[in-house]
Design a protein around this ligand. Structure first.
Ligand SMILES: NC(=O)c1ccc[n+]([C@@H]2O[C@H](COP(=O)([O-])OP(=O)(O)OC[C@H]3O[C@@H](n4cnc5c(N)ncnc54)[C@H](O)[C@@H]3O)[C@@H](O)[C@H]2O)c1
Length: 350
């Protein structure tokens, strides 16, 4: 078990604990942090209702009033209408600023719960229990919350949860598809900052030691976020693979992890052209080794280019991509058309 600390203005804003049996020990964890709530509202998604019920029972056993509220699954949760439904449940429960929300689920659930916590009564405490690998290594870490309004994550606030409890026992029980999905982000983290993560996937593929991979990934994200909370500078390195990845996700409907893997291959090809990056094949083997695609020949090239151009319009300096000089050496570059072409050719889009 390991704690990772998010520091804001010299104070601990959030404690992220990753280890085993944390769901069964959630009351003790919250007590240890001194979160003094008289009431707990447990938010979950359909797939995490069992864990939520156990958790609510544990809080009730500690003398707190505890209720549960199930949000719709996946992106269906990330809507203003659902946010309002949760506000209404909190109203009905006479929820106060001394009470606590516990959010149990994947990234869609924690993103929505975080938005509720950041806005209800102008901000109440929330503890996340991420139950997907993507949630554990990415969505639950770093204080970004968001719901979708026409575009993805267009409404949101920056707000850290009081704590994050990542129970490796829960992650060990995930189906291979969800392990693969989160592994794309874990490998990305390895490529930008921790070669040991890449080596772990080379050795054990989808059978990697999740305790080790999660703790390493969280350590990197926490260090980056502590350096640059609101993404003015260094936090951008976390977007390695995401410029092309987002365009693939939007235009082909692939999942986020699958799209990021393809985006990483494109970014690695651009890195080879601009910075002589020599690990393109190695990265591709690692991604393919766990069943992720690195090309998207079905993608419509003009659609990908115009989605990337949209990104460019949002940044006056041109299209910016995170490139690698070597594993662990990310750099943000404004790239020219020839580089974009090389990146798209590498993923079969031309
Ligand atoms: N805030 C951030 O910084 C950030 C970063 C990355 C991604 N995100 C967001 O995270 C979301 C994607 O995360 P996700 O893939 O975890 O999404 P998700 O919450 O939709 O979970 C994916 C699926 O897994 C199911 N699930 C959850 N826990 C399970 C378990 N223990 N066993 C079996 N099934 C389980 C869910 O019900 C859902 O169907 C997106 O909305 C994305 O925008 C946010």
């Amino acid at each position: 078990m390991r704690d990772h600390l998010i520091i804001e203005d010299g104070r601990v804003a959030s404690v992220i604990r990753a280890g085993r049996a944390l769901v069964s020990g959630i009351v003790e964890f919250v007590d240890e942090l001194g979160v003094e709530s008289t009431q707990v509202v447990v938010l979950c998604q359909p797939s995490t209702r069992d864990i939520a019920e156990t958790t609510a029972t544990a809080f009730a056993g500690s003398g707190r009033r505890a209720t549960g509220f199930t949000l719709p699954d996946g992106e269906e949760a990330k809507q203003m209408g659902v946010v309002e439904d949760v506000y209404r449940h909190l109203n009905t429960q006479r929820f106060t600023r001394r009470d606590l929300i516990v959010a149990i689920g994947g990234g869609a659930l924690t993103d929505t719960a975080g938005f509720v916590a950041g806005t209800y009564l102008r901000g109440v405490d929330v503890v996340y229990v991420p139950t997907t690998l993507l949630g554990a290594v990415d969505a639950a870490i770093g204080g970004k919350t968001g719901v979708n309004v026409d575009g993805k994550n267009l409404a949101g606030v920056f707000r850290h949860p009081r704590a994050v409890a990542i129970d490796i026992d829960v992650l060990d029980g995930l189906p291979p598809d969800l392990i693969r999905e989160g592994s794309a982000e874990a490998i990305k983290t390895g490529m930008i900052a921790d070669p040991a993560i890449v080596e772990a996937y080379e050795a054990d593929r989808l059978g990697v030691d999740l305790d080790d991979v999660v703790n390493r990934s969280v350590a990197v994200k926490v260090a980056v976020v502590n350096d640059d909370f609101t993404e003015d500078g260094r936090r951008a390195i976390l977007n390695y693979g995401h410029t092309v990845g987002h365009a693939i996700e939007t235009s082909t409907g692939r999942s986020h992890g699958a799209s990021v893997a393809i985006g990483m291959h494109a970014a690695a090809a651009a890195s080879a052209q601009v910075l002589d990056f020599g690990e393109l094949d190695r990265q591709e083997a690692v991604l393919r080794g766990i069943g992720l695609e690195t090309t998207a020949p079905d993608a419509h090239a003009p659609a990908i280019r115009s989605l990337m151009a949209l990104d460019k319009k949002r940044d006056a300096s041109g299209l910016r991509m995170v490139l690698l000089r070597d594993i662990g050496q990310p750099e943000v570059h404004t790239v020219d058309d020839a580089t974009v072409r090389a990146a798209l050719t590498a993923i079969g889009v031309d």
